[in-house]
Design a protein around this ligand. Structure first.
Ligand SMILES: Nc1ncnc2c1ncn2[C@@H]1O[C@H](COP(=O)(O)OP(=O)(O)OP(=O)(O)O)[C@@H](O)[C@H]1O
Ligand SMILES: O=C(O)C1=C[C@@H](O)[C@@H](O)[C@H](O)C1
Ligand SMILES: [Mg+2]
Length: 266
C-alpha cells in the first residue's frame, strides 16, 4: 500500500493544472496547499512577470530553487512551477526528496489554449509556437525522470484528477501500475468523446448545407466511401479491423443522421 505522503509534489508543464489540481486535492483531502510560484512572489514582493522584467529569468530560477528546497518537508500538497525541472540541482532535489512526485501530463494543444486565455506566463509571451513546442519536448522526459507517477490530464476536470490522485494512496503496490495505465485509457476515452462532440458540430454545419441545397440526409455512396477509405488506411493494423471500423462507423453515422434529421425536422 502506498501511504499518504507527508508531501505531495506536482510537476508538469505550465498550464498542466498543477496549481488548480493541487488546490483541489487539498480541498478533497483536507490537506494544506502551497504553490511555489506564489511563494516566490510573496518572498520577492513582486509578481512573476515583474521578477522576469526587473531581475531576469536567472534571478527567478535562483529563488525557485531556494523555495523548492525549503518545501521538501512541507506537510501537504506543493504545486511547482512549470520550469522547475530545467535546473539539474532542482532535479536532484526532486529525485532525493521524501515527497511523492506526480507528473501531470497533458498535450500541447490544450495547454496553449488554457494559457492563452490567462496570459500570465512570461515565457508564453516571448516564445514562438515552435519554440514553445521545443520547450515541451525538452521538458517532457525530465518530468518523467523525477516522477513517481504520471497522471494523464487531457479532457479530465480538476475534480476528477484530484480524486484519481487521492485514489493512488489507498491502492496496493501491485495495483498502482494498473491505475497508471487506466489513467491513460480514461484520458484517451475523454479525447475520443471530445472529438465526437467536435464531429457533431461539423455534422450540424453539413445539415445546414443539405437544407440550403435540398439534399437528402442520407448519402449512401458517401457513407460507403468513408468506410472503404478507413479500411484501406488501417489495413495493416491488427487492432483496427474492418469489423471494428464497420461497428464504430455505424454508431457515428447513425448518430449523425439522427442529429441532421432532428435539426432539419425531417
Ligand atoms: N483539468 C483541467 N481542465 C480544464 N482547465 C484546467 C484544468 N486544469 C487547469 N485548468 C485551467 O488551466 C489554466 C492553468 O492552470 P494552472 O494555473 O493550474 O496550471 P499550472 O500547471 O499551475 O501552470 P504553471 O506552471 O504556469 O503554474 C487555469 O485557467 C485553470 O483553470
Ligand atoms: O514553465 C516555466 O518556465 C514557468 C512556469 C510558471 O509556473 C512560472 O514559474 C514561470 O512563469 C515560468
Ligand atoms: Mg501554477
Amino acid at each position: 500500500m502506498l501511504t499518504t505522503p507527508e508531501t505531495l509534489l506536482l510537476v508538469g508543464f505550465m498550464g498542466a493544472g498543477k496549481t488548480t489540481v493541487g488546490q483541489e486535492i487539498a480541498r478533497q483531502h483536507q490537506a494544506r496547499f502551497i504553490d511555489i510560484d506564489s511563494e516566490i512572489e510573496r518572498r520577492a514582493g513582486q509578481t512573476i512577470p515583474e521578477i522576469f522584467a526587473t531581475q531576469g529569468e536567472a534571478a527567478f530560477r535562483a529563488l525557485e530553487t531556494q523555495v523548492l528546497d525549503d518545501l521538501q518537508t512541507f506537510n501537504g500538497i506543493v504545486a511547482t512551477g512549470g520550469g522547475v525541472i530545467e535546473r539539474p540541482e532542482n532535479r536532484a532535489i526532486l529525485k532525493a526528496s521524501p515527497a511523492t512526485v506526480i507528473y501531470l501530463h497533458g498535450n500541447l494543444e490544450s495547454t496553449i489554449n488554457r494559457l492563452l486565455s490567462e496570459g500570465q506566463r512570461p515565457l508564453l509571451q516571448e516564445k514562438s509556437t515552435a519554440e514553445f513546442f521545443q520547450l515541451w519536448q525538452l521538458r517532457d522526459p525530465l518530468y518523467q525522470s523525477v516522477a513517481d507517477f504520471t497522471v494523464e490530464t487531457v479532457g479530465k476536470t480538476p475534480e476528477r484528477l484530484a480524486a484519481e490522485i487521492i485514489a493512488l494512496f489507498s491502492s496496493h503496490e501491485d495495483e498502482l501500475a494498473l491505475l497508471q495505465l487506466r489513467s491513460e485509457i480514461d484520458a484517451f476515452d475523454r479525447q475520443i468523446f471530445q472529438m465526437i462532440e467536435k464531429r457533431m458540430q461539423v455534422v450540424g454545419a453539413v445539415a445546414q448545407y443539405k437544407e440550403k441545397f435540398g439534399m437528402a440526409t442520407v448519402q449512401v455512396g458517401r457513407m460507403q466511401n468513408m468506410r472503404a477509405l478507413l479500411k484501406y488506411d488501417f489495413a495493416q493494423s491488427l487492432d483496427i479491423t474492418d469489423e471494428l471500423i464497420d461497428q464504430i462507423m455505424t454508431i457515428l453515422t447513425t448518430s449523425a443522421i439522427n442529429k441532421e434529421n432532428k435539426q432539419l425536422k425531417r
